[in-house]
Each structure stands twice: as structure tokens, then as C-alpha cells.
Write a protein of this length. Structure first.
Ligand code: NAD
Length: 260
């Protein structure tokens, strides 16, 4: 039996990186999918990639910015109209912002990071939880970061927003556990996605590969993670197997956040 057979799963930020890797893994495990992203080109490439990975998958997509509340309502409505329900929610869309010290951080970028990483995650929860409540079942995986359990130099709004995601996850677990809804957050370390590639470009514009190699030295595994390694954990948390895990923020970082 596939882990997500007969489950309808919504994935935000599905166009590339962790969202796409999870979409592919979830499709292979039998889920019907709603893919959401604000990058229409990447979204349509993602639909093609998912169909290639699992030919019999039922997949639809919706172009939306998760920080736009009306668009969030619309993607939720479209999912219910098409599939009748929502069982799983991978609340993943997020941005890193720029890297700068707290006192000189660009305020517009600061607000944008909060709008997408905090409000976008919240809107998704606000409109999907009532659908799950109706059926007394739901699996939610919010995407925090190691920056949601530790400080990260020069990334104040990112760290603030990801700590907020971890906090909201605990509240979902507390408030909706009695409806059969579990909520967990994941805290990936450095996983090789386009977002992380961009961060290494900011650290060393002339030689991002060297910045990457230097960074990996501090990890107990001496390497960065792969999107597929995150996707496997997310699919477990979205599945019936994770029925008594809730309110947790689970690091997926090769142990790096435990190094002193
Ligand atoms: P990515 O930039 O590679 O992909 C993110 C996807 O989300 C893109 O397709 C982008 O278009 C989409 N997106 C961004 N903002 C959006 C919005 N407002 N509305 C709709 N779609 C939007 O990033 P990634 O590395 O795959 O990161 C995904 C999530 O994982 C983010 O929340 C990020 O903070 C978190 N994360 C990533 C890492 C990592 O190492 N890659 C580590 C910790 C946390």
C-alpha cells in the first residue's frame, strides 16, 4: 500500500526546491496533488515533472502568492471543488530575503519576508484547517528552518518568521488535535535547492562553490542535504504512520544544529 494512497495533499512553493521534491515523492506514494506557486513557469514545469514521476497521478495547479489572502482562499476552494477535500498540507512557500545586519536591514524586504513566511503560512492554516475539521482528519507540515530553532547571522526577519512558524505549529497541535489534525514543522539545514545556491552567491559572489564547500565543513556529515532527503521525512509526517507525532519542529540537518 502506498503511504499517501487516497490522500489529497496541497503543496505551496511547489515550483522548485523542497516543494517540488516533495510533490514528486508524494505523487509516487499515491497522493492527489494541488500544486501552488507564484512562479507560473516553474509551476507548469513542476506539473510536468510530477506526471513524469508518477504517470497515474491526479495533479492540478494554481498560480498564487501565498501572502495574498484572497489567492489563498481561491486555491483552497479550487482544491475542494476538484477533489472534494484536503487531507494533507505541506505549507512550504518561503523566501530568505537579503543578508544584512539587523540595524541596517532594508525595511521593505523585512516586511516582505514576514508577509510571505509568516502571514502566508498563517493564511494557509486559517483556510485549510476548517476543511480538515469537517472530516476529523488532517496532516499539516509547516516549513520552518534551523533558523526557526537557532539564530542565523544577518537574517533577522527570516529567523523571526521561522521561529513564528514553529510557534504557530505548536498552537495548531494544541487547538486542533481533538479533530484528528496533527501539525509538525520541519527545520531543514542547508539543503541544495535554488534558494541555498542564491545564499552562497551572496556570501561569495565570485566563487559560490567555495562558500558551499566551506559551509559543509561545519556539518557532522561534511555535506549539504538533498531535497529528496527532506521529501521522505515530509511524506512520513503527511502519512497515517505519523498519527501520534504533533507540535514538533524536526531538524533535518545532518545533526548540525546540535554542534557546540
Ligand atoms: P526555493 O527558492 O528553491 O523554492 C521556493 C519555491 O517557493 C519557489 O518555487 C518560489 O517561486 C515559491 N515561492 C516563494 N515565495 C512564494 C509566494 N509568496 N507564493 C507562492 N510561491 C512562492 O526554496 P527552497 O529551498 O525549496 O525552500 C522552500 C522552503 O524551505 C522555504 O520556506 C525555506 O525557507 C525553507 N528552507 C529551506 C532550506 C534549504 O536549505 N533549502 C533550509 C531551511 C528552510
Amino acid at each position: 500500500m502506498k503511504k499517501l494512497a487516497n490522500k489529497v495533499v496541497v503543496i505551496t512553493g511547489a515550483g522548485m526546491g523542497l516543494g517540488l521534491a516533495t510533490a514528486i515523492e508524494a505523487a509516487k506514494e499515491g497522493a492527489s496533488l494541488m500544486l501552488v506557486d507564484y512562479n507560473e513557469e516553474k509551476l507548469s514545469e513542476a506539473v510536468t515533472a510530477v506526471k513524469k514521476a508518477a504517470a497515474d497521478v491526479k495533479v492540478i495547479s494554481f498560480a498564487a502568492d501565498v501572502s495574498d489572502e484572497s489567492k489563498v482562499k481561491a486555491y483552497v476552494a479550487k482544491t475542494v471543488e476538484t477533489f472534494g477535500t484536503i487531507d494533507g498540507f505541506y505549507n512550504n512557500a518561503g523566501i530568505e530575503g537579503r543578508q544584512a545586519p539587523l540595524d541596517s536591514y532594508d525595511l521593505d524586504v523585512f516586511k516582505k519576508v514576514i508577509d510571505i513566511n509568516l502571514m502566508g503560512v498563517y493564511y494557509g492554516l486559517r483556510y485549510i484547517i476548517p476543511i480538515m475539521q469537517q472530516k476529523n482528519y488532517g496532516r499539516i507540515v509547516n516549513v520552518a528552518s534551523v533558523g526557526g530553532i537557532r539564530g542565523v547571522l544577518n537574517q533577522t526577519p527570516y529567523v523571526a518568521s521561522k521561529h513564528a512558524v514553529s510557534g504557530m505549529t505548536k498552537n495548531v497541535a494544541l487547538e486542533y488535535g481533538r479533530y484528528g489534525i496533527t501539525a509538525n514543522a520541519i527545520a531543514p539545514g542547508a539543503i541544495l535547492t535554488p534558494m541555498v545556491a542564491e545564499a552562497f552567491k551572496q556570501i561569495n559572489p565570485d566563487d559560490p562553490k567555495t562558500a558551499e564547500t566551506e559551509y559543509a565543513k561545519a556539518n557532522p556529515t561534511k555535506r549539504l542535504g538533498l531535497p529528496e532527503e527532506v521529501a521522505k521525512v515530509v511524506v512520513f509526517l503527511l502519512s497515517d504512520d505519523a498519527s501520534y507525532v504533533s507540535g514538533q519542529t524536526i531538524a533535518i540537518d545532518g545533526g548540525q544544529s546540535e554542534v557546540y
